[in-house]
Design a protein around this ligand. Structure first.
Ligand SMILES: *Cc1c(COP(=O)(O)O)cnc(C)c1O
Length: 401
């Protein structure tokens, strides 16, 4: 069968509008399309392909498990799931793990657990979930409602209730909103989709203190910031602020779908047998791959490498900006970086994305004003230089347009 981009419009639900080229193969930080054209990947599948494409050790883990056991059900447990859970709990504050298949599902579990916890411990009045404007937590109806962009949650009828939003990095606004009725505060410890916004240390600590004061749970959504992205295994480690519940997905599977919710034993106790579940959650294939991802990423070589590569990006982007004056700020942490466009180029992030694609560079945007990079954590330095050279040509094309 001849597969073309036109086929997409004939057979797919139109909720996406993918690029004209169809990728067919990837290796490391390079991707090839049907025509054999080679692209450099600074997008990493939206912060997913943390070890690049087809990392030999991940391919081996997938093949090895693929010949042993794919799926049974949660009526039975399996070795990869328990090994992965043990490693995640050893590496973090958490003592218990719930496996899901995506970031939204991990967040859905976190929110349901928080509601159960508050209901059983304090009563039905304690149901308020507070989250932050521009935040992103997934597309199920509960998580998209907790997310901070109303345009994503509107147009689907009545929304789940008890959800309020305040400005990120505004501790006074949060303080005013919180009370004994607050069940949980959900936040990204580095806003990704919302524009690559870091919390101040004071804000992150302040949120923790307010949660303690009001007996509310602090949920960190580390779906994008987790698994080495910021140069720490999880961003909370760099902030020195420990949540009660943490969610992780995207990079956890290195490209294989998996999500997880991590928490303490005493909080986890409120999701008793039968209260929540997922057919595929914790399946052996996903867990075998994720275990290998964790083994490789959670090492000083990879985590220190992220800090070194961040500097290469920052230096290169500064050089480009010195020449063309397009960015007001280069922000973010580790290999989750955002170039905020200055006033002259406000609202034009998509133009930079398209110009980059023309130069055979895959990058991302985070809203209309930010160009975002989330490459493999082990992208070779030479690929960073080559990608930045392509990005410079793309910037020149936009500026000279
Ligand atoms: C991508 C993302 C999600 C949603 O993850 P899915 O796997 O698409 O459901 C949730 N939270 C954050 C912070 C994300 O970046």
């Amino acid at each position: 069968m001849q597969v073309t981009r036109e086929l997409f419009d004939e057979v797919m639900v139109p909720n996406y509008n993918p690029a004209a080229m169809i990728p067919v193969r990837g290796l490391g930080s390079r991707v090839w399309d049907q025509a054999g054209d080679e692209y450099l990947d600074f997008a990493g599948g939206i912060a997913v392909n943390v070890l690049g494409h087809c990392h030999p050790q991940l391919v081996a883990a997938l093949k090895e498990q693929g010949e042993k056991l794919w799926h049974l059900s949660n009526v039975l447990t399996n070795e990869p799931a328990l090994r992965l859970a043990k490693k995640l709990t050893d590496a973090t504050f958490a003592q218990r793990v719930y496996f899901a298949n995506s970031g939204a599902e991990a967040n859905e579990a976190a929110l349901k657990l928080a509601r159960r916890f508050a209901l059983e411990k304090f009563g039905a009045h304690k149901d308020q979930i507070i989250s932050f404007k521009q935040g992103f937590h997934g597309r199920t109806f509960f998580t998209v409602t907790v997310g901070g962009q109303a345009t994503y949650s509107e147009g689907f009828g009545p929304k789940p209730g008890g959800v309020d939003h305040v400005d990120y990095n505004d501790l006074d606004a949060l303080k005013t909103m919180m009370s004994g009725n607050t069940c949980a505060v959900m936040m990204e410890p580095l806003q990704g989709e919302g524009g690559i916004i870091s919390p101040t240390q004071e804000f992150a600590q302040g949120v923790r203190d307010l949660c303690d004061q009001h007996n509310a749970l602090l949920i960190f959504d580390e779906v994008q910031s987790g698994i080495g992205r910021t140069g720490e295994l999880y961003a909370y480690m760099g902030l020195g602020v420990v949540p009660d519940i943490l969610t992780t997905a995207k990079a956890l599977g290195g490209g294989f779908p998996i999500g997880a919710m991590l928490t303490t034993a005493s909080i986890a106790a409120h999701l008793k047998v039968g209260t929540h579940g997922s057919t595929y959650g914790g399946n052996p294939l996903a867990c075998a791959v994720a275990e290998r991802v964790l083994d490789i990423v959670n090492t000083p070589e990879v985590l220190d490498g992220v800090k070194h590569k961040e500097q290469l990006f920052r230096d290169g982007l500064k050089n480009i900006n010195d020449k063309y004056q397009v960015f007001s700020e280069i922000r973010g942490k580790g290999l989750l970086l955002g170039c905020a466009l200055n006033e002259k180029f406000a609202g034009r992030s998509r133009d930079f994305l398209v110009a980059s694609a023309n130069e055979k560079l895959m990058c991302l945007i985070a809203g209309a004003n930010v160009v975002r990079f989330a490459p493999s954590l082990i992208i070779p330095d030479a690929d960073i230089q080559e990608g930045l050279a392509r990005f410079e040509r793309a910037v020149a094309a936009v500026v000279n347009d």
